[in-house]
Design a protein around this ligand. Structure first.
Ligand code: PYR
Length: 548
C-alpha cells in the first residue's frame, strides 16, 4: 500500500498526523512538474510522463507523493503542447494508483497569473480533487494568507484532499542585517496558516536561498510551535541544497522534495538518489530503494536529451542567486528573454537590474506572479539602459510596465514590508490601473456547476481564453496531438527514418494527409501529405499489414 491508500484510509487530518509521527524522512518526487518547469521550460509532454509513471508507481511506492500537476504545466499544455491538462491528470492518476498526486496551486490565481473570483477557485479545486489530486500545495506570492483563504477553504471543503500551505522563503534568515524576513515574520505567518486550517506546513524556497543553518532554525521553530508536519521545498541553483535538505531533516522536517538525478540540480530540486544515499542507514532513512531510484535515471536522461532545445543554457550552479534572488523557474526563462533582447552576452546586467527592481518594488517574495513583475521591470530597465536610482526617483519620466503599475495598485495584495514610498505614489499619479476582478457571468457559473467535461472546458476558457481557443481549433482540425511521438512533434518528420502514426486516433491532419496509396507487398504505402503547406509523397509502413 502506498500513500494514496493511506490518505483514503486516514483522511487528510489523519494522513498529516501519520506523516508527522514517522521517523523515516518522507519524500516528494517533483520530476513530473517542477523539475521540467525549472529546467526545460515546462515542455515535457504527457506521453513521456505517462510512459514512466507505472514504473515510478512500482519501483518507488514509498514516496509521499509525486508532484505532477499545476504551476505552469496547465498553461503550457494548452498553449504550447496542444494538450488538455485535465487529460494529463486522468492518465497519470490511472498510471499511479498507489502514490498520492500533488499539485502546486497559486492561491486565488489557481494556475494562472492574476486573481480569479472565488467561484473559479472553488470549481477548480473541486474538479482537481475529483480528478485525483490528493495534496494541494497552496501558496501566495506575497505571503498574504487572506489571498490564500478561498483556496484553503476549497481544499478543506473536499473532505478528501490534503491542504499543504506554504510560507514562501526569501531573504537571509540568519544574517543579523535581515530586518524583514525574520524568524518572527515566518512564525506569525505560519500561525495564520495554521488558524486557516492547513494540514501540512510547507517551506517554499523558490530561489534556493534557504541555507542549511536557516533551514534548521526555521524547521525546528515551526515544529516546536505547531503540531503540523513540515515539508521543505528548495531549488539547487547555487549547488548546495542537499546540505539544506539534510540539515532540515536533522532538525525534524517531516518531508522534502527531490527530483530524479538527470532532472535535478541547478534551477531544479536536489537529486533524489543523492538524498536517498545521504540518509541511507541513518535514523531518517527514506525507505526508498537506492537501486530502484537509480534504475529510473536512464529514462529521465533520455527525456532531458530529447527536450534539449528548451534547456536554459545555464551551464552549472551559480552563487549569484544570493545576490539577484531570481527563482529557479524564472531564471531559465529570463535567459531566453535576454537573448531575444540582444542582451545574451550581458546576462549579469539583467541579474543586477533584477536585484535593483526588487529593491525598488519593496523587497517582495519573488515567485509567480510577483516574480514576473520584478522580471518585467528588470528587463525594462536593461532595455532602456535606465539608471535604477533615477527610475526610482522619477518614474514619471519612464514608460512604466503595466504589470508594475497594477502591482503598485495592489492587484496581487499587500506587500510584507509595506509599500515603497514615495515610489508608489509617483507611479500611481495620473495612471488609472484596473485592479478589479472580472466577475463571472451566470452562464459561466452554470457551466462550472454542470458535468465534469463542461466544467473542465469552462475552467480552461476562464483561465486561459486565447490558448484554449487555439487548442480547441487544433483539436478539431488535427485531432489529438498528444499521441504523436515527441521527436515527431518537436522536430517534424525526418526523411529516411521510421515514424509510427496512429491513424485511428486522428493525427492524420498533423502532417496534412491528402491521400493514401495502395500497400505494396512489403506493407509500404505512399502517402501524399502536406507538410508545412507543401504537398509531398511520403513512404510509410502500414503496421496493420502483417508481412510474411
Ligand atoms: C509556479 O507558480 O509555477 C511555481 O513554480 C512557483
Amino acid at each position: 500500500d502506498g500513500s494514496r491508500q493511506r490518505l483514503l484510509q486516514l483522511g487528510p487530518a489523519g494522513f498529516a498526523a501519520d506523516l508527522r509521527s514517522r521517523t523515516a524522512l518522507a519524500v516528494t518526487d517533483t520530476t513530473f512538474r517542477d523539475a521540467h518547469q525549472s529546467l526545460l521550460a515546462t515542455r515535457v509532454r504527457t506521453k513521456d510522463l505517462v510512459a514512466v509513471a507505472p514504473y515510478v508507481a512500482r519501483m518507488t511506492p514509498q514516496l509521499l507523493s509525486v508532484e505532477a500537476w499545476g504551476g505552469a504545466t496547465y498553461d503550457v499544455a494548452l498553449r504550447f503542447l496542444g494538450e488538455d491538462p485535465w487529460e494529463r491528470l486522468d492518465k497519470l492518476r490511472q498510471a499511479m494508483p498507489n502514490i498520492a498526486i500533488q499539485m502546486l496551486l497559486r492561491g486565488r490565481n489557481t494556475v494562472g497569473y492574476t486573481p480569479y473570483p472565488t467561484e473559479v477557485t472553488d470549481a477548480f479545486v473541486r474538479e482537481a480533487a475529483a480528478s485525483g489530486i490528493d495534496i494541494f500545495r497552496i501558496f501566495d506570492a506575497l505571503n498574504d494568507v487572506t489571498q490564500m483563504r478561498p483556496a484553503i477553504d476549497a481544499v478543506l471543503g473536499t473532505g478528501t484532499s490534503v491542504a499543504e500551505v506554504a510560507v514562501c522563503y526569501t531573504g537571509d534568515l540568519l544574517n543579523p542585517a535581515e530586518d524583514l524576513y525574520t524568524l518572527d515574520y515566518y512564525l506569525r505567518l505560519a500561525e495564520q496558516i495554521v488558524e486557516a486550517g492547513a494540514h501540512v506546513l510547507a517551506i517554499k524556497d523558490m530561489a534556493g536561498l534557504l541555507r542549511p543553518g536557516a533551514a534548521a532554525t526555521l524547521v525546528r521553530a515551526l515544529r516546536e510551535r505547531f503540531d503540523l508536519p513540515v515539508h521543505v521545498h528548495t531549488h539547487d541553483t547555487a549547488g548546495g541544497q542537499l546540505a539544506t535538505l539534510v540539515a532540515a531533516s536533522a532538525a525534524g522536517a517531516d518531508a522534502v522534495d527531490a527530483a530524479a538525478a538527470p532532472m535535478a540540480g541547478t534551477t531544479s530540486q536536489p537529486s533524489l538518489s543523492a538524498l536517498v544515499a545521504a540518509l541511507a542507514h541513518t535514523e531518517r532513512d527514506t525507505g526508498l530503494d537506492l537501486t530502484a531510484v537509480s534504475d529510473l535515471e536512464p529514462y529521465w536522461e533520455a527525456v532531458r536529451h530529447l527536450y534539449g532545445p528548451f534547456e536554459s543554457g545555464l551551464p552549472g550552479p551559480t552563487g549569484r542567486v544570493y545576490h539577484h534572488e531570481i527563482p529557479g523557474g524564472q531564471l531559465s526563462n529570463l535567459r531566453q528573454q535576454a537573448i531575444a533582447l540582444g542582451l545574451a552576452e550581458d546576462f549579469e546586467l539583467i541579474e543586477d537590474m533584477y536585484a535593483a527592481a526588487n529593491d525598488i518594488l519593496g523587497r517582495v517574495p519573488k515567485v509567480t506572479p510577483s516574480s514576473k513583475v520584478v522580471g518585467d521591470l528588470a528587463l525594462h530597465l536593461a532595455a532602456v539602459k535606465a539608471d535604477p536610482a533615477d527610475f526610482e526617483e522619477h518614474p514619471e519620466k519612464y514608460d512604466v510596465p503595466d504589470s508594475v503599475v497594477s502591482f503598485m495598485a495592489g492587484e496581487l495584495g499587500d506587500l510584507p514590508g509595506g509599500w515603497p514610498e514615495p515610489f508608489r505614489t509617483k507611479v500611481l499619479a495620473g495612471r488609472n490601473p484596473k485592479v478589479s476582478l472580472t466577475p463571472i457571468t451566470a452562464e459561466q457559473e452554470q457551466a462550472l456547476a454542470a458535468d465534469s467535461a463542461t466544467r473542465r472546458g469552462m475552467l480552461n476558457q476562464l483561465l486561459f481564453p486565447a490558448p484554449t481557443k487555439v487548442f480547441l481549433q487544433q483539436r478539431e482540425q488535427y485531432g489529438d496531438l498528444s499521441v504523436l511521438d515527441t521527436a515527431d512533434y518537436l522536430y517534424g518528420l525526418v526523411a529516411g527514418t521510421e515514424h509510427v502514426v496512429d491513424l485511428e486516433r486522428g493525427v492524420q491532419l498533423y502532417v496534412g494527409l491528402e491521400a493514401i496509396g495502395e500497400a505494396d507487398d512489403k506493407g509500404m504505402r505512399s502517402v501524399m501529405t502536406t507538410l508545412n503547406g507543401q504537398l509531398r509523397p511520403v513512404f510509410v509502413r502500414d503496421l496493420s499489414i502483417t508481412v510474411e
